[in-house]
Ligand binder design. Structure first.
Ligand SMILES: [Zn+2]
Ligand SMILES: [Zn+2]
Length: 345
């Protein structure tokens, strides 16, 4: 079969590889859609700590069951695959935080992923609720977005976005836009997005942001003040890697405000200097989130088959042979999501 293989950092090759063989209790998926994530672009450029080479990338996957051994969905069923395979026994797994599993393996990281005609889904994934039926009427390409949406759900649950909250989102990339749609769905009364790229400002408006602020600093402080009548925001979500967590940022929050660290930080921003007394006296909560669990994935599919039109985020569709163009689309930040929807074969 054809696959996009990362041979080493900087070297993504389209080539023929062995067809995967169905393992005991596992299944073979005919991949129908696999969306491109900024993590894929990052991994191609710089590698990643959990990446083992050569590796077929792709972790936002939907397809049709082509072959199976025993349990799980039947041949011909439409499914979406949760990217993590976890042990189900460690303390994190037992408290329902499978994304923190000590022994987690991830498609497209340390197992071959979805930028290929076929994907082997091992038994542990089939058995531990890693394969979800795609609801009737939901397209494969929309179902593939369940994973990034599920990561947003995890973050918003942890930071408790709810009815009447004013929400400030940094970044109008795919994650920021999904956060905006989700915050509305959870009852937020106001959604403000901070986005420096001009072409993404209009995009953010088209997704229903009440206000898009294109710069940080004093300008942001003034506009935040005006938007919230001087009260400050209930919630801030950092869906961009370029935001410094400092006293100015904390000052945008209302007393008792919450902040979600959704994106990872580059080295120079990872060790901030801030006045911890602001957290103490104003009871500010800062909450991290990383990835998602099968429960979040299930809720994401429910939302996709219901009120959330995630298909609007797809601004580029490519074939597997054109995957480099899809990667460029994600890298250049011109549109939002690029999805591989044609696998040849
Ligand atoms: Zn992703
Ligand atoms: Zn575990």
């Amino acid at each position: 079969m054809m696959a996009a293989v990362l041979e080493a950092p900087g070297n993504l090759t389209l080539r023929v590889v062995e067809d995967p063989v169905c393992s005991e209790g596992g299944l073979i998926l005919k991949v129908e859609a696999c969306s491109i994530c900024s993590t894929d672009v990052k991994m191609i450029r710089r590698g990643q700590k959990d990446l083992v080479y050569p590796r077929i990338l792709g972790h936002e996957i939907a397809g049709t069951v082509f072959e199976r051994d025993g349990i799980g969905p039947r041949v011909g069923e439409r499914v979406q695959v949760f990217p993590g395979i976890f042990c189900g026994r460690c303390p994190s797994c037992r408290r329902g935080a499978e994304n923190m599993c000590e022994r987690i393996r991830i498609f497209g990281f340390n197992l071959d992923g979805g930028f290929a005609e076929y994907l082997l889904v091992p038994r542990e994934s089939v058995r531990n609720s890693g394969v979800f039926p795609v609801p009737d009427g939901v397209k494969f390409e929309d179902a593939a977005l369940a994973e990034p949406l599920a990561c947003c759900i995890n973050a918003q649950e942890r930071v408790e976005v709810g009815e009447g909250d004013s929400v400030l989102i940094f970044g109008a990339g795919p994650a920021g836009i999904l956060h905006a749609l989700l915050a509305r769905e959870r009852g937020a009364s106001m959604v403000v997005i901070v986005e420096p790229l001009e072409r993404r400002v209009d995009l953010a408006r088209s997704f229903g942001a009440d206000l898009v602020v294109s710069s940080g600093g004093e300008d942001l402080a003034a506009q935040a003040d005006e938007a919230t009548d001087g009260k400050g925001f209930d919630v801030a979500i950092l869906a961009s890697r370029d935001v410094a967590v400092d006293d100015d940022l904390l000052a945008l929050l209302t007393p008792g405000g919450r902040m979600s660290l959704f994106s990872g930080f580059p080295f120079d921003l990872a060790a901030p200097r801030l006045d911890l007394n602001q957290l103490h006296y104003r009871e500010i909560l800062i909450v991290g989130s990383y990835g998602c669990t099968p429960a979040h994935n299930r809720r994401a599919l429910d939302l996709i088959s219901g009120p959330l039109d995630v298909g609007r985020l797809i601004t580029e569709r490519v074939s597997l042979a054109e995957i480099s163009r899809g990667m460029e689309h994600a890298d250049k930040r011109e549109g939002l999501k690029a999805v591989v929807t044609d696998f040849g074969g």
